[in-house]
Structures are given as C-alpha cells and as structure tokens.
Design a protein around this ligand. Structure first.
Ligand code: SF4
Ligand code: SF4
Length: 95
C-alpha cells in the first residue's frame, strides 16, 4: 500500500469513527426542544433519529414552526464548545 493510500485509509477510518460516535438522539436537531428541524425523522423500530437530507444538509434549514436556522457540521459545534450536555461527542471533546 502506498503512503497516499495509507493516508486515505487513515482519513476514512477516522471519519467513520467520528461519525459512528453519534448516538442518533437527535437533540442537536431539536428532537427535545419542541421545534425540531423539518428534516429530522425517527426510525420507529430503533427509536433513533436521522436526517432526511443528510448528504445535502449543511446550510439554511427550517424548523417545523418555520424558524430559519443554519445546519452546521458537528465538528464546528465540537470546536466551539456548544455540544448539548448529553451529546455523545462530549466523550471526544473531553479527551
Ligand atoms: S438538516 Fe441538519 S439540523 Fe436538520 S435534521 Fe438534518 S442534520 Fe439535523
Ligand atoms: S446531540 Fe450529539 S449524539 Fe445526539 S444526534 Fe446530535 S450529534 Fe448525535
């Protein structure tokens, strides 16, 4: 395996570990605040939340009541120290 391929593999592995940290509670998308993002959905079998537009999610969005907000990468929220108290990413930011 070339160094480039190793680096690409490492990056992909790190990305998957980071993404896999999420417990899909949906809190960062408003699942518990009474006015969630209109794109937030719940799998009734697993109880986990998911985004209907995940690949194109970033940017201006709207809540169920019509409030505008910006969907930003979870990395930005981690970096700004704005994680919800119960968010699984707190385990990463505490390292
Ligand atoms: S668009 Fe953003 S805020 Fe809305 S459900 Fe998807 S990830 Fe959550
Ligand atoms: S609050 Fe944290 S654990 Fe819950 S869905 Fe958002 S990123 Fe995932």
């Amino acid at each position: 395996m070339t160094d480039d391929a190793k680096y690409e593999y490492y990056q992909k592995d790190q990305f998957e570990k980071f993404e896999g940290t999420c417990s899909c509670c949906g809190e960062c998308c408003g699942s518990t605040d009474g006015d969630p993002c209109a794109d937030l959905a719940r799998d009734m079998t697993t109880g986990k939340y998911f985004c209907r537009t995940y690949e194109g999610r970033l940017g201006p969005r709207v809540t169920l009541s019509g409030r505008m907000f910006a969907c930003v990468p979870i990395r930005s929220i981690v970096e700004q120290g704005l994680l919800r108290a119960d968010c699984a990413y707190n385990r990463i930011s505490e390292r």
